[in-house]
Design a protein around this ligand. Structure first.
Ligand code: CP
Length: 324
């Protein structure tokens, strides 16, 4: 049994499919699983701003019968030097789960190791697994399947959203194409994992610097802001120069398949990574993705507190590619 929800690659495709089925059930009927958090508190610890994740988790906890307790570093002794380990041990005595948004993946791993309650990653520098689960639910709602889809991510790909999207697509057999300048490609470790996992499921991971070639044949075109939270504002002008060819315009989206969807995790900067005509247009599912944060987070909480996720089994090495 797996205790925490820290990164998509920790799970098997069976686990992720289980979460997607549960999410669909809870979206149709938020009361279907009763109030498993009745009398319990879930702590939400955010060191960074959030609209969607914070409010959807508060709503998810309330729907499941629990009390969400939102805290920031300035409100905890953690902000004055108490250790992560001591904090995790103490919070485990009072709360049923701990949701954390912070920069460092290592801090979240330390929290998870010291806590006896489930720890949920609500965004770190390298991972945004809750967003990826909502993205998978959205793809499944739109296409009735995930396996065999071609998802293209365009723009700054060295970020948490791209990393988790790659892991999620690879695990469920969707191909993912990344179009970004070479300096903004995903982390090598995540690319290697996703390539091997995609190959196990008959899919592929492609990396290119050609946005037009990447979008041809795509079922979904995804982008995110050009400057992630925590990156210095001084980089913005350089990023705009570097990434303007990667803006999702109506002309770029028109290269995808005719019923392609446009995806964005939000918040968006219209006129930078995407034109208003695209994100506010008929192919956009950005607000459906945001809507899907709530049922997917209910599913994550429900599955973790009930011990329903088994985690990834040891994976076979990817089969060797046949030479031509
Ligand atoms: N997509 C997302 O995580 O939004 P917030 O930063 O508003 O939570």
């Amino acid at each position: 049994m797996i205790k925490d929800f820290l990164r998509i690659a920790d799970f098997s495709s069976e686990d992720i499919n289980h979460l997607l089925n549960l999410s669909a059930e809870l979206k149709a009927d938020p009361e279907s699983r009763g109030k498993p958090l009745d009398g319990d508190t879930v702590v939400l610890y955010f060191t960074k701003p959030s609209t969607r994740t914070r409010i959807s988790f508060e709503a998810a906890v309330a729907h499941l019968g629990g009390l969400p307790a939102m805290v920031s570093p300035a409100e905890l002794q953690l902000g004055r030097g108490e250790t992560i380990e001591d904090t995790a041990r103490v919070v485990s005595e009072y709360a049923r789960a701990f949701v954390i948004r912070t920069a460092s993946d290592e801090d979240v791993r330390r929290f998870s190791a010291a806590a006896s309650i489930p720890v949920i990653n609500a965004l770190t520098d390298n991972h945004h697994p809750c967003q990826a689960l909502a993205d998978l639910l959205t793809l499944n709602e739109r296409f009735g399947r995930i396996k065999g889809l071609r998802v293209t991510y365009v723009g700054d790909a060295h970020n948490n959203v791209t990393h988790s999207l790659m892991e999620a697509c690879a695990l469920l057999g969707a191909s993912i194409v990344i179009a970004s300048p070479p300096s903004l490609r995903p982390a090598d470790e995540i690319l290697d994992w996703a390539r091997a996992e995609a190959a196990r499921h008959g899919a592929e991971v492609v990396v290119t610097d050609d946005p037009r070639g990447a979008v041809r044949g795509a079922h979904a075109v995804y982008t995110d802001v050009w400057l992630s939270m925590g990156e210095p504002e001084a980089l913005r002008a350089e990023r705009i120069d570097q990434l303007t060819p990667y803006r999702v315009t109506p002309a770029l989206l028109a290269l995808a398949v005719p019923d392609a969807i446009f995806m964005h995790c939000l918040p968006a900067h219209r006129g930078e990574e995407v034109d208003a005509a695209v994100i506010d247009g008929p192919q956009s599912v950005a607000f459906q993705q945001a809507e899907n944060r709530l049922p997917t987070e209910m599913a994550i909480l429900y599955a973790l507190v009930n011990g329903l996720l088994n985690g990834a089994r040891e994976r076979e090495p990817a089969p060797a590619t046949q030479g031509v």
